[in-house]
Structures are given as structure tokens and as C-alpha cells.
Design a protein around this ligand. Structure first.
Ligand SMILES: NC(=O)c1ccc[n+]([C@@H]2O[C@H](COP(=O)([O-])OP(=O)(O)OC[C@H]3O[C@@H](n4cnc5c(N)ncnc54)[C@H](O)[C@@H]3O)[C@@H](O)[C@H]2O)c1
Length: 253
């Protein structure tokens, strides 16, 4: 087991990549503190973890709310007495031309994607530094490195998450704490489908992926969770301030 007896916080744990990462961390022996705004989704992830004997605490929380993040981090520490792993996955994507993007859209994406990652790291880093060990994995995107139409602000939040992680990594590593990013490509989760249920339109989206992405398909949540698990584990003991790109070759083009 890669994470036996480790205490982990995973944000965005109600759905998609965060839910899968939380389950996989628990399968590797971690006790997991699950954070998300979606209380029902959190309950389902916690149930899945408990179904195989894992330990999970579901904690509804908006990661863009400073007081709520402080309370969540304090609760996780009170429950586990230490924090070994923090995985920041909570995120939102609003797809619009820049000219149509409202200030509210901008604030939402910045405050959740970048702000939530900043707030969680700020609360957890002092504890990890005091322990003189810990691993933080932030979920950025392939779109941190390339532009994409109708996603200008989203890509900016992801680029900023990479910058934030690199600088935080330099501050943290003297204390034995590693900070890294995982950068997924188009992954089979609700964010990718954006609520699209029409089978024809879904087929069109898949066709676009087949043409755009060298791998010719969507990335799976397990493929991203594999990267998160690696960066969170001792196997990545020399990996600091890095971006593990899991995009099926999109940014290699
Ligand atoms: N799916 C993709 O194609 C893809 C590609 C690259 C990066 N990502 C990133 O992966 C991360 C996870 O997304 P996903 O694909 O699993 O989608 P998802 O929609 O399944 O998961 C996102 C989760 O974040 C939660 N969330 C949203 N706002 C929140 C807030 N304010 N506080 C707490 N939780 C909040 C949602 O409730 C949801 O459970 C996101 O940061 C996303 O930007 C996704």
C-alpha cells in the first residue's frame, strides 16, 4: 500500500477526478477527508470508500470561502492529528468567448480554481512544515500550457495554478514538503460534458476529441488518479515543483 496510515484531504471529492483520486488514495491505505460543495456527491464517495473498509470523512465546503476553508483544514487536523497529503481538485469551467465573459464568471473561476488552491495550501502548509513532511498535488490542466478558444479565463486560472505551485514548492521543500501539479487533458467527467445529454451532440464532442487528441480518446479518471497517487506517494520523493501532464499527447504537438 502506497499511502498506508497517511492522512489526506481531497477537494472536489464529490465527482470526477477528485472522487476517483479520493477512492484510490483510500484503497492505498489513506484516511481521507473529502471536501466539496456537493454534499450528496461527497456522501456517495464516502460510502464507496467505507464499502471496502476505508476511512472517509465528508465535509461540505466551498473552497473559495476563506472561513470555510480554515474550518475544514482545522477539522481535518482535529480528526487525523496530522495532514500528509493535500489534493486540490475542486474546479469550475465556464465556456464563453472572452467578450461574453462576465466579471461574475471571471470571479467564480479565479476564486474556485486558483483561490481555492491558494486557501487550502495556506491552511495546510504550516502543519506539513511542522511535521517536516507532506505532499501537495494541485490539479491544473493541459490548458495551463496552450490557449483554447472560449476558455481564456479558465486557461488563465490553470496557468496561474502552475505558477502558484512552483513557487510554493520552493518555499516548502526545505521542510520536506513537496508541491506538484497534475495536468490532465480532456477527461471523461461532468466538467468535460458540461451537462450535454443529447447523444448526437455527445458523439460530436467525442469525434472532436478523436481528431484533436493524439491518443484519440478521452483520458479516464483512473489515469489522472494514477498520476495524483504517484505524486502524493514516496515514489515521487525527488519530484518537486513539477507538472505531470496526462493529456494523451495534446501538448506534445
Ligand atoms: N475533465 C476534464 O477534461 C479536465 C481536464 C483538465 C483539468 N480538469 C480539472 O480537474 C478538476 C476536476 O474536475 P472534473 O473533471 O473531475 O469535473 P467535476 O465537475 O466532476 O468535478 C469538479 C468538482 O469540483 C467541485 N466544486 C466546484 N466548485 C467548488 C467549490 N467552490 N468548492 C468546493 N468544490 C467545488 C464540484 O462540485 C465537483 O465535484 C478541475 O479543477 C478541472 O479544472 C478537468
Amino acid at each position: 500500500m502506497k499511502c498506508k496510515d497517511k492522512a489526506a484531504i481531497v477537494t472536489g471529492a464529490a465527482s470526477g477526478i477528485g472522487a476517483r483520486a479520493a477512492v484510490r488514495l483510500a484503497m492505498e491505505g489513506a484516511r481521507v477527508f473529502l471536501v466539496d460543495v456537493n454534499a450528496e456527491g461527497l456522501r456517495e464517495t464516502a460510502e464507496e470508500i467505507r464499502s471496502f473498509g476505508g476511512e472517509a470523512i465528508a465535509w461540505p465546503c466551498d473552497v473559495s470561502d476563506e472561513a470555510a476553508v480554515k474550518a475544514a483544514a482545522a477539522q481535518a487536523l482535529a480528526a487525523f492529528s496530522r495532514i500528509d497529503i493535500l489534493v486540490n481538485v475542486a474546479g469550475v469551467q465556464i465556456t464563453k468567448l472572452l467578450a461574453d465573459t462576465t466579471k461574475a464568471d471571471y470571479d467564480k473561476m479565479m476564486n474556485v480554481n486558483l483561490g481555492g488552491t491558494f486557501l487550502m495550501m495556506r491552511e495546510v502548509l504550516p502543519q506539513m512544515k511542522a511535521q517536516r513532511s507532506g505532499a501537495i498535488v494541485n490539479c491544473a490542466s493541459e490548458l495551463a500550457f496552450v490557449g483554447y478558444e472560449e476558455l481564456a479565463v479558465y486557461t488563465a486560472t490553470k496557468g496561474a495554478m502552475v505558477s502558484l505551485s512552483r513557487s510554493a514548492a520552493l518555499e516548502a521543500i526545505p521542510y520536506g514538503v513537496r508541491v506538484n501539479c497534475v495536468c490532465p487533458g480532456a477527461t471523461d467527467t461532468p466538467i468535460f460534458w458540461e451537462g450535454e445529454t443529447d447523444p448526437e451532440k455527445r458523439q460530436k464532442l467525442l469525434e472532436q476529441v478523436r481528431v484533436e487528441k493524439p491518443i484519440g480518446r478521452l483520458i479516464t479518471t483512473d489515469e489522472v488518479a494514477n498520476g495524483i497517487l504517484f505524486l502524493a506517494s514516496e515514489e515521487a520523493s525527488g519530484v518537486v515543483g513539477a507538472c505531470l501532464v496526462i493529456d494523451g499527447g495534446f501538448t506534445a504537438q
